[in-house]
Each structure stands twice: as structure tokens, then as C-alpha cells.
Design a protein around this ligand. Structure first.
Ligand SMILES: Cc1ncc(COP(=O)(O)O)c(C=O)c1O
Length: 362
């Protein structure tokens, strides 16, 4: 069977060279005589895999020396609780910007642990843009400010990094990590589920400034305490071994194509092709305000729920899979992460033109 163009929001496509290398090494990794899946995480061969993965991620993302990189489990959703448990321990106040469903979930979870305030929200506009903030919007004694940098469901992205002064900025990067260079020093903590741009589901990466570690409240579950994980090099317990191995292959692939600067150029080119088409016609509507458009998740509707359904079904039959929008918003969403080739977006635009011509609106 031929491979399809998979526009899924996650888990999503992995780069072909990564799949090929993983396939070649599936049964016997190096001269170990076993698969990475079967290996003890305490074996020297695996210890090298995880150490190499961390070193490569640090290199690719240019992670400053005073940040720890943690390979964890539980998905980004577990970080919705881990962040307040570890960080909400000074004034007990945290400020959240609500720009979509995941930041709203993170906000709700954090409310269990302290005085948590929504300082800005675009909910009234169906999250079609990212709210603007200035330093004055945040409580000066807040322990941290939380944002979701790319909103997977609505197809928006922060067009700016909020100025929070000395307050640590915490950001959910699940659907945009590794898509472009990021100045990590502007953030206190970044977290991301791996299943969009990094690896199979099961791995969550946390990049956290060292001075924010070691302040978890007493009741924090051991597994959620960043200090425990940092002190044990992410191996307090069995880590998601195979996911970390695939993540390493993805980091190698990004390096091989020229790093995040090149990755960004490729992603911009793909997104431009799709947005330029959307802006050039009036059959499809792109609901997101231009300034807040995501480079990774592109949302659009026909304005007719039946046509939207037909679109996703016919596209799927032609090998353009998973274009149905999130169940909470409907319409269509094309997730064009790092591994989606330019040709996949070309094929999508060609199909969009064909569909519009064949299905005039009443
Ligand atoms: C931006 C963002 N945050 C959080 C999540 C939740 O991630 P997980 O399923 O890894 O818990 C997702 C999942 O799609 C996401 O896109």
C-alpha cells in the first residue's frame, strides 16, 4: 500500500528517513542483538541513546546551559498539573492567557492548586485570535504566567512572546516545538507532548530553567516532581525508551536538513502555499485572524456543514487523510507539521480547487 498524506493533528506524520532508519534498526540495534524496545533502560547502549537524544535536542534548540531537559510521560495534559505543583509555591498566584481549549484546560487544572487568574481570553471570538497582552496585565507577584504558544484546534499561534518582566513564562509548545528557532531564555519552562513534531505518543519533553526546580509542594507525586526527574536524568523509573529513541532520530534528521532555521523556511513555504490559496478565493473561509495564523495547523470551512463532511470524505478517498476539523469546532483542519512534504500541501490545494469547482454552493 502507498503512503498517504496524513494531515492529522497528532499523532501525525514522521519524516520518511526517520521511519526508514527505525525500520532498519527495528530488530537489531547496532551490535546489541536486540531491538531498542527490548533493551534495559539501565544498559550502557540505552544510556547512550538517551544521553545522545538530550545532547542533540539541546543543540538543535540551542538550549542554554542553565536549563534542564526532561524526558517524561503522561502527555502535555499531565503538565497542566505538574506546572502548578512545581511552580505555584511563592505567592500562590498564577496568570493564564486563554487562547484555546488546551490553555483553558491547563487553567482549570491549575485552579485546583492556588489563586489562578485568566488575564486575557479570546473565547468570546471562538478563539479566532491570540489575545494581546502587556506587562501591566500580569500580577507582579504571580509565580508564573502560562500560555499555549500554538493552538492546535483553532489554528492560531502567538505572534509575539508576552513580556512578563521577571515573572517566569511557561508555554505549552506541543504543536509547534521544533518548527522554528525559539529563544528559550525568554521562557522559564517549555513543555510539549511529542506526538506532533517529535516522536510517537508517550513522550513529553520539559525544558525548565534550573532555578525553578526544587520548589515543588510536599504533596507533589514523586513522578511529577521536576527535581526528582532532573536528579535522575529522566530515569527515576523506566522512561518511554522507544519514543526517546525515535525522538533522537528526529533530532538527527532536523540537524541533517540544516537545523531549525531551515525547518522554519520549509514550514513557511508550505503554510504560505495554503494561506495564499485561501486568501485568493471565496469558496473556503479561513476563520483565524491573519496575524494569529498558525504555521502548523490551518483551519478552514466551506460554511456548509454537509459540504465540509463531503470534503473530508472525498479528500480521504484520494489519500489526503484526517482533514476533518476537531470535533469541537467542525470544518477542516490541515496539520502541516515538519514531516509533511511540500508536495502534500500542493496535493491538498489541487484537491481544494477541484472540490470547489465540482461542488458549487447553493
Ligand atoms: C497544544 C496542546 N496542548 C496539549 C495537548 C494535550 O496533549 P496530550 O494528549 O499529550 O496530553 C495537545 C494535544 O493535542 C495540544 O495540541
Amino acid at each position: 500500500m502507498e503512503r498517504v498524506y496524513n494531515f492529522s493533528a497528532g499523532p501525525s506524520m514522521l519524516p520518511m528517513p526517520v521511519l526508514e532508519k527505525a525500520a532498519a534498526e527495528m530488530i537489531c540495534y547496532g551490535d546489541s542483538g536486540m531491538s531498542v524496545m527490548e533493551m534495559s533502560h539501565r544498559s550502557p547502549v540505552y544510556e547512550k541513546i538517551i544521553a545522545d537524544a538530550e545532547a542533540l535536542l539541546r543543540k538543535v534548540m540551542n538550549v542554554p546551559d542553565n536549563y534542564k531537559v526532561l524526558f517524561l510521560q503522561g502527555g502535555a495534559s499531565t503538565q497542566f498539573a505538574a506546572v502548578p505543583l512545581n511552580l505555584l509555591n511563592g505567592s500562590g498566584k498564577a496568570d493564564y492567557i486563554l487562547s484555546g481549549q488546551f490553555s483553558s484546560k491547563a487553567y482549570k487544572e491549575a485552579q485546583k492548586y492556588g489563586d489562578v487568574k485568566a488575564v486575557a481570553s479570546s473565547k468570546d471570538a471562538n478563539f479566532s485570535f491570540v489575545p494581546k497582552t502587556t506587562r501591566e496585565d500580569f500580577r507582579p507577584d504571580a509565580d508564573y504566567v502560562h500560555i499555549c504558544f500554538n493552538n492546535t484546534i483553532y489554528g492560531t499561534k502567538f505572534p509575539y512572546i508576552p513580556d512578563t518582566g521577571d515573572i517566569p513564562l511557561v508555554a505549552d509548545f506541543s504543536s509547534c516545538i521544533l518548527s522554528e528557532p525559539v529563544d528559550i531564555s525568554k521562557f522559564g519552562l517549555i513543555y510539549a507532548g511529542a506526538q506532533k513534531n517529535m516522536a510517537p505518543a508517550g513522550l513529553t519533553v520539559v525544558i525548565v530553567r534550573e532555578d525553578l526546580i526544587g520548589k515543588a509542594r510536599e504533596s507533589t507525586p514523586t513522578m511529577l516532581d521536576y527535581k526528582v526527574m532532573a536528579d535522575n536524568d529522566s530515569m527515576y523509573n523506566t522512561p518511554p525508551c522507544y519514543c526517546i529513541y525515535v525522538a533522537k532520530l528526529v533530532y538527527e534528521w532536523i540537524e541533517s536538513i540544516g537545523g531549525l532555521t531551515e525547518m522554519k523556511k520549509m514550514n513557511e513555504k508550505k503554510a504560505k502555499l495554503l494561506y495564499d490559496y485561501l486568501d485568493s478565493q471565496d469558496y473556503y473561509i479561513a476563520p483565524v485572524q491573519k496575524e494569529s495564523r498558525s504555521m502548523m495547523n490551518v483551519t478552514f470551512v466551506t460554511g456548509d456543514a454537509d459540504l465540509d463532511k463531503k470534503f473530508a470524505a472525498e479528500a480521504g478517498a484520494k489519500g489526503l487523510k484526517n482533514l476533518k476539523g476537531h470535533r469541537s469546532v467542525g470544518g477542516m483542519r490541515a496539520s502541516i507539521y515538519n514531516a509533511m512534504p511540500y508536495e502534500g500541501v500542493e496535493a491538498l490545494v489541487a484537491f481544494m480547487k477541484e472540490f470547489a469547482a465540482n461542488n458549487p454552493k447553493k
